[in-house]
Design a protein around this ligand. Sequence first.
Ligand SMILES: Nc1nc2c(c(=O)[nH]1)N[C@@H](CN(C=O)c1ccc(C(=O)N[C@@H](CCC(=O)O)C(=O)O)cc1)CN2
Length: 295
Amino acid sequence: MSQPAASASPPAVADVGRLLVRCPDRPGIVAAVSGLLHAHGANIAQSDQYSTSLEGGTFLMRVVFHLEELGARRPALEAELAEVADRYAMRWTLHDAAVPKRAAILVSREDHCLMDLLWRHRRGELDLDVRLVASNHPDLGEDVGAFGLPFHHVPVTPGTKPQAEERLLELLAGEVDVVILARYMQILSGDLLTRLGVPVINIHHSFLPAFVGANPYARARDRGVKLVGATAHYVTEELDAGPIIEQDVARVSHRDDVPALVAVGRDIERTVLARAVAWHAADRVIVHDGTTVVL
Ligand SMILES: Nc1nc2c(c(=O)[nH]1)N[C@@H](CN(C=O)c1ccc(C(=O)N[C@@H](CCC(=O)O)C(=O)O)cc1)CN2
């Protein structure tokens, strides 16, 4: 099963920029962007592009480049990018690979996805600046503290959901660039998502679009599935309907009861979430028309 390379991005080093481009497809875009980077003294290390259609499609491009003194040269580079963008009706973002995205992780009681992310982060495998962990249960506070990270218990009950979301916003709004739901089992309101204003990545414990919502493994067992899976997706107000970033599956059989399905699923969930988070951290995921392109 082919999939984007586990990590095609060069190591995050000084003076490495990542440029993401989106515009109506037409001839000359690659030449215009590469020519601009060359004119500013940049050396392109990686370039990936995709057009949604050869006729009237949208052109998506990700360029990783090295430019000495990137910080000092960035204003002039961005000024000329703005001019090229006008010519090609281009939307673009430029990221400094030396500045990891600030992240918060939300969790409930299941620890496998959270711990996997924290272990990878501690080993330096996850290019993120993990700022805090928050949970609607106190269970994992000690485990998080062992990683030297702040842990915030934000209890949620049906009658206190608005107040809990206000507390989450106090902790997160303006403080992080991405929020990761590592089996966080509370539905986030559209108001919270809007006020957060940053991408939220969720791991759903089924191969979406099958078994949206709660208790997917029990429903999968009742259905007699021969595969179970996990799906990492961006979070939207509609439950488990956001753009899919990564998925994977494993074979199961009639011999597997629900606990066995849950056990098989745990390994899939944590590896799928880790891959999705790593790709997001490396600016490899572009959302287009409710789906994603992973360059
Ligand atoms: N706005 C969104 N919020 C969340 C999403 C999402 O896609 N959009 N994904 C969920 C995670 N999730 C499945 O992956 C999920 C979580 C919670 C529920 C649910 O029914 N929760 C109940 C309360 C459960 C409890 O009290 O423990 C509820 O919130 O009413 C279904 C699916 C994370 N949030």
